[in-house]
Design a protein around this ligand. Structure first.
Ligand code: C5P
Length: 293
């Protein structure tokens, strides 16, 4: 199973709701940084994690992929368990929904393994129980997210966009970033309309003017060094730079693939990030790439 990361091209955050979540109006794009998840039949549930940042990922029931497998087995009356092996390519706690991606991949992989043959809509329902970003990672592409991010609808998006991702040392906690957003006055910015119009044009230069993330000031307040990363991207000629989701990964938009490669080399040279990667989007959601089990 291969599952991508996401960037929020627009992230408008409303006030905290009675259930503790914030209402969102967001535009997700799935980008070509991937985790690989393999599901093997087993008598109990287990998770192993390898790759960058693996030591920071829990392997017990706190792991969202573990919970996804358990939830599907309860719903599908599947007997036995599963051994999930996760190889991380998505930065851990980086604001790119790596944990949610693994949960989406686990749902699809276990569904195939157990022959439970769920409809995509049934998996999407389970995905929403697991986390706000899980339904999008199941689906991929580009989508508008409402509710707490789990209510998805299609958008008309043209073109492929090329990104440079500056991966920071260490992660940020999503609840902590939302709490900082509240403490800073819960300032709600523009909605996703400009981004939606830019995506219809298919032009990176237009999208660059439209990107917005209401969580960016909160992420910067918890990680002031992000300011320097954003400045560095502007200095080397990125079309735009934005903190990805709750951060601390920063996404820079390039004009094309060659521009992205050049920006990535220059950004690496400046030493403002732990790692720099290029990626493009939109790409597919969680997909089976080989036989599982
Ligand atoms: O849904 P998920 O488990 O990914 O959310 C993690 C945390 O992020 C929530 O417990 C909440 O503190 C915060 N959150 C929020 N509003 C959202 C999504 C997440 O406040 N729409």
């Amino acid at each position: 199973m291969r599952v991508p990361a996401k960037i929020n091209l627009a992230l408008q955050v409303g006030p905290r709701r009675a259930d503790g979540y914030h209402g969102l109006a967001t535009v997700f794009q799935a980008v070509s940084l991937y985790d690989d998840v393999t599901a093997t039949p087993a008598t109990s549930f287990s998770v192993t994690v390898t790759g960058e940042g693996a030591d920071q990922v829990p392997t017990g029931p706190e792991n969202l992929a573990y919970r996804a497998a358990q939830l599907l087995s309860e719903r599908a009356d599947a007997l036995g368990g599963v051994a999930l092996d996760i190889t991380k390519g998505i930065p851990v706690a980086g604001g790119m929904a790596g944990g949610s991606a693994d949960a989406a991949a686990a749902l699809v992989a276990c569904d195939a393994l157990w022959g439970s043959d769920s409809e995509r809509s049934e998996l999407a329902e389970l995905a929403a129980l697991l986390g706000s970003d899980v339904p999008f990672l199941l689906r991929g592409g580009t989508a508008l997210g409402a509710g707490r991010g789990e209510v998805l609808s299609d958008v008309l998006a043209r073109g492929t966009y090329h990104w440079v991702l500056a991966i920071a040392d260490g992660g940020l906690s999503t609840p902590a970033v939302y709490a900082a957003f509240d403490e800073l006055g819960a300032r709600t910015g523009p909605g996703p309309e400009l981004v939606l119009a830019a995506l219809r044009s298919g032009r990176a230069e237009v999208l660059a003017q439209a990107l917005n993330n209401d969580l960016q000031p909160a992420a910067i307040s918890l990680r002031p060094s992000l300011r320097r990363v954003l400045e560095a991207g502007a200095e080397i000629g990125a079309l735009a730079g934005i903190v990805s989701g709750s951060g601390p990964t920063t996404a820079f938009l390039a004009g094309d693939a060659q521009h992205a490669t050049r920006l990535a080399a220059e950004l690496s040279g400046l030493g403002v990030a732990r790692a720099v990667r290029t990626a493009y989007g939109p790409v597919h959601g969680a997909r089976i790439t080989e036989r599982t089990g």
